[in-house]
Design a protein around this ligand. Structure first.
Ligand SMILES: Nc1nc2c(ncn2[C@@H]2O[C@H](COP(=O)(O)OP(=O)(O)OP(=O)(O)O)[C@@H](O)[C@H]2O)c(=O)[nH]1
Ligand SMILES: [Mg+2]
Length: 240
């Protein structure tokens, strides 16, 4: 959790401040940060629901293909008003890539932080001003740990696991898989070259979250991107 690992500016200040205090105070501080975040996330959720906006939080380890999937998805969903919020510690690289697709995008740099939080999303929404009945993609910071703890107010969390990462990620980082509704298994074009058993990875993920759904994708050759777009279109149509 960020208050102890020092990855959040706000949290690390507090931890330094409390350096000589008890573990109990650290735990209380973690609770406070999460409670405050949850309140803000609920406000974001109310905003999304009032405007019938479908917000999707994309989470994964670094480099699993979140931005590549977004680039392809934006091209395929050319009749849907959509917006992107990019989260990275540094650089505008991902926002620059999204900008080239023509989609409105805001880049958040988290500095020492390793996750997006609900207040950051609130600020980004002020800049984007998404229209009613639109789709808002949030690409979280590449990290399978801390982003799992921070509700952003999204309707759905989608975890991306690429076949170059090893099948055991759901067992090693269970919170992320437990709190997601859909898992994209990406880079399937590389399956002939890597030792990755798709069925075993799904079984591991189902041990953590029995209701998790899966789509096996390749952002490179386009495999199953139509299924992914169908999933998005379905959720755009039904109340979230
Ligand atoms: N072979 C293959 N490569 C892919 C696929 N998807 C993404 N890549 C490559 O994987 C690398 C990382 O892709 P990104 O889209 O930047 O990954 P990301 O998850 O957005 O990375 P961060 O934002 O840094 O966490 C790039 O070199 C992509 O071209 C895929 O389906 N197949
Ligand atoms: Mg990215």
């Amino acid at each position: 959790m960020c208050a102890t690992c020092g990855c959040s500016d706000q949290a690390s200040d507090q931890v330094i401040h409390n350096h000589h205090s008890s573990r109990q105070r650290e735990i209380n501080l973690e609770k406070d940060i999460l409670q405050e975040n949850n309140l803000r996330a609920q406000r974001n959720r109310g905003y999304f629901e009032a405007k019938n906006i479908f917000a999707v939080n994309l989470v994964s380890s670094p480099g699993s293909g979140k931005t590549a999937l977004l680039e392809r998805t934006i091209a395929l969903l050319d009749d849907v008003p959509l917006y992107v919020i990019e989260g990275d510690q540094q650089t505008t690289n991902d926002a620059d890539r999204i900008k080239r697709t023509g989609a409105p995008v805001v880049q958040i740099n988290t500095g020492n932080g390793c996750h997006l939080d609900a207040e950051m999303i609130h600020q980004a929404l002020h800049q984007l001003e998404p229209v009613d009945h639109s789709l808002v993609f949030i690409e979280n910071v590449g990290n399978l740990v801390c982003p799992a703890l921070f509700d952003l107010g999204e309707a759905h969390r989608v975890v991306i696991m690429s076949v170059t990462e090893g099948e055991d990620k759901p067992l090693k980082y269970p919170n992320m898989f437990a709190t997601s509704q859909l898992c994209l298994i990406n880079k399937t074009d590389l399956l002939p070259y890597v030792d990755f058993d798709v069925e075993r990875s799904k079984n591991y993920a189902l041990q953590v979250n029995p209701s998790l759904k899966f789509i096996e994708t390749s952002a490179t050759d386009g495999t199953n991107l139509s299924k992914w777009c169908e999933w998005l279109n379905h959720h755009l149509r039904v109340p979230h």
